[in-house]
Design a protein around this ligand. Structure first.
Ligand SMILES: [Zn+2]
Length: 367
């Protein structure tokens, strides 16, 4: 399922909007249009405005500009990353902000640190500029009053975003700075585990605080949950990526794959599976034709299995890889297509099979 749409490119990077972003944008617009929250000198919303048109126009404007600022935050990370030679695959805006997905996370601590700091610094810059414009318009009474409120909203949320991201907890940007700092003293995996640990502890405290402040604290609970998941994911993916670095598919694949002929019937296949205890087989005559699994057999009624050849039930568009591919990339393909095994094909010849279990076992052994 396609979960995001592309809206264009900036600095050569595809900008995408995630489905959750498209759902949350009207909620933000509604919130800005019809609520009024006073914090310090700021009025965060147009709920006090006399006309409905003003509420709707400025509410929508505030929501859109807020996410444009988030986009600038991500572009800040991307700009510095590109200058250090790290490619950016895409920038996606989603429910809780933005993600700039890098081709690989730079393991040079200095580089990681500058990329991580660039985002919050951009937010801080936008925040301070908006704050100056806010105070410039502070005494105004006319229609500019709403423009002042708008700058107040941008100032408040951008400075908040910068401050929040400076927290030294994964998956916030400050967590990356912390990891970069720790990585100068210890190994990269150790540094990641420690930084993720700090992120989790932070999330737990935030969650507890949220529960104490219910019902308003529900937002804290939600953010704490996102931070906890983010920290765990970052930890897991880093451990796998670093451990499997330099490992090729040919180092971990199972060679000498058992195949079945396309003329074998479904009932013969079931007997064959019972004997060999494997759930899936490549179908091979002169060349590779497809892959057949127990699930394919299940779709055929038992009485028809005796005269149904596997060529009629096999999956034909198989995803295959080359033996020289990196193990991490193979894992990424499996996760993306949600499949458990990949056939390894070199020069039209089936040379092996690699499964998710093989990859997970390799990580356990290599650590
Ligand atoms: Zn950031």
């Amino acid at each position: 399922m396609k979960t995001s749409i592309s809206i264009g490119r900036i600095m050569g990077i595809p900008i995408k909007l995630h489905i959750t972003f498209l759902l949350i944008l009207p909620v933000f617009a509604y919130f800005f249009a019809f609520s009024t929250v006073n914090i310090m000198v700021f009025t965060l919303g147009f709920g006090d405005a006399a006309s409905l048109t003003v509420k709707c126009v400025f509410g929508a404007l505030a929501a859109v500009l807020f996410f444009v600022c988030v986009l600038f935050h991500e572009l800040g990370h991307s700009y510095v990353a590109l200058r250090h030679g790290t490619k950016i695959k895409s920038i996606t805006l989603l429910i809780f902000g933005g993600i700039a997905s890098m081709e690989e996370i730079p393991k040079e601590p200095g580089t990681e640190c500058s990329i991580a700091l660039a985002g919050p610094l951009v937010s801080l810059l936008i925040g301070v500029l908006s704050l100056m414009l806010f105070f410039f318009l502070y005494q105004t009474t006319s229609m500019l009053l709403y423009v002042k409120t708008l700058f107040g909203i941008l100032a408040f949320y951008n400075i908040f975003l910068a401050g929040f991201n400076f927290l030294p907890a994964f998956p916030m940007d400050g967590g990356r700075v912390l990891r970069a700092f720790l990585a100068t003293k210890t190994g990269y995996i150790d540094a990641t585990e420690k930084a993720a640990g700090v992120g989790k502890i932070f999330a737990i405290f935030m969650g507890i605080l949220g529960f104490l402040l219910l019902p308003g604290g529900i937002w804290f609970v939600l953010i704490a949950f996102i931070i906890y998941i983010g920290a765990s994911e970052e930890e897991k993916s880093t451990v796998v990526a670093v451990t499997l670095e330099g490992i090729k598919v040919k180092d971990i694949m199972t060679p000498g794959v058992v195949t079945v002929p396309s003329a074998m019937t479904a009932s013969e296949l079931v007997d064959f599976m019972l004997k060999t205890k494997h759930m899936g087989y490549p179908v091979f005559d002169e060349s590779l034709l497809g892959i057949v699994t127990l699930n394919d057999v299940r779709k055929i009624p038992v009485e028809n299995r005796i005269n149904t050849p596997v060529r009629d039930i096999m999956t034909k568009n198989i995803i295959s890889i080359k033996s020289g591919m990196g193990a991490v990339d193979a894992l990424k393909i499996m996760v993306k297509h949600n499949i458990g095994r990949l056939l390894v094909i070199d020069n039209n010849a089936l040379v092996g099979i690699v499964s998710r279990t093989d990859l997970i076992r390799s990580v356990q052994i290599l650590r």
